[in-house]
Ligand binder design. Structure first.
Ligand SMILES: [Ca+2]
Length: 337
């Protein structure tokens, strides 16, 4: 009888603790049962995990988990607007607004997969200057959304976020950039940084922008670090699947995987993890460590633990092979007719 009582007490404590942790960490989780409003900010070009990420985002949109407000580039090579347009069009959402920065790095893919996407797949935007300016589009989209409702998923450089923070009131809002962000953004989920410390590409390449962002940004940020995506290899099952035809996602992985000896077991999948945890939440694959992201002007980052912190990074909880399988399957989603 005593044992039964103790057992019941233990279960009760566990349930209370687990609901307490869920509540405490709610700012880093998507709200349950609500369609998520997402802005996707990507350096669609230097690497091709961004392609896997946009494929997953569209798969989740087709399953009614997300409403894609906009797809915005954080690199400005000529053609990036067409590439984003081609992917949105392939997934039957040709009207998703596209933004291209005036002020950002100009980096593109060394495998030239973006050329194949533009030649082979329909798109209406032929030149970057036919797309919206990135900051103008950010302000327009944010101003039109309910307060604290927008999730930003960034899988590239922080150039746009820095310029958005510095933006002035305009025809869309009387608020400056920082005020507009604080009013409208619920959470930023970023593939960025290395934990507990390191130097990572997305933070380091435009380190001036990253430094400004993490000195001025106020809403919660969930980081998926370099170490999380590095071990997740995807693409081989996708390119071997003969039932998938005329897919830009399959074409990109088919072109790129044989070009690097590092990709023979599949491409490392950093950006996909940001879409996964941004839309579906980090549970049950990851737990989080809360604290503060500390950035240096040269792009290095460190971490300070703080249970009340407004930043959190992913810590692996379950075998990464489960995430790997889930990402690959989601990337293989094909648009409805
Ligand atoms: Ca990226």
């Amino acid at each position: 009888m005593l044992n039964v009582k103790n057992h019941t007490l233990t279960i009760a404590i566990c349930v209370i603790l687990s609901s307490f942790i869920t509540k405490v960490n709610a700012q880093f989780q998507p709200p349950k049962g609500q369609k998520l409003n997402v802005i996707f900010d990507t350096d669609m070009g230097p690497d091709y995990d961004d392609v896997g990420a946009i494929a997953m985002l569209h798969a989740y949109a087709d399953s009614n988990y997300v409403n894609i407000l906009g797809t915005i580039a954080s690199t400005r090579y000529e053609g990036v607007a067409s590439v984003l347009d081609a992917f949105n069009t392939y997934y039957n959402k040709p009207n998703i607004p596209i933004g291209v920065p005036k002020d950002a790095l100009n980096r593109r893919d060394w495998q030239f997969w973006t050329d194949t996407v533009c030649i082979k797949y329909p798109h209406k935007i032929k030149k970057n200057n036919e797309a919206s300016d990135a900051i103008d589009l950010y302000r327009k989209l944010l101003a039109a959304q309910p307060d604290k409702s927008v999730t930003l998923i960034t899988v590239g450089f922080f150039s746009n976020i820095s310029n958005l923070l510095k933006s002035k009131p305009d025809r869309y809002s009387r608020l400056n950039g920082k005020e507009l962000i604080n009013k409208k953004v619920k959470l930023m989920v970023s593939m960025a940084g290395a934990f507990p410390k390191g130097k990572e590409f997305n933070v380091d390449r435009d380190s001036t922008a990253s430094y400004y962002v993490f000195k001025n940004w106020e809403p919660p940020v969930l980081f998926t670090g370099f170490e999380i995506g590095k071990k997740i290899k995807t693409g081989l099952t996708l390119i071997a699947d003969k039932s998938i035809v005329n897919s830009p996602v399959k074409d990109v992985f088919r072109i790129c995987i044989p070009k690097s000896k590092h990709d023979l077991e599949g491409r490392m999948s950093w950006d996909q993890t940001a879409v996964l945890v941004g839309v579906k939440g980090y549970d049950p694959y990851y737990s989080i460590k809360k604290g503060q992201f500390i950035i240096y002007s040269d792009g290095r980052n460190e971490w300070k633990d703080d249970p009340k912190g407004n930043h959190a990074y992913l810590v692996e909880k379950a075998d990464y092979k489960g995430v790997e399988k889930l990402i690959e399957q989601t990337m293989m989603h094909q648009p409805g007719k």
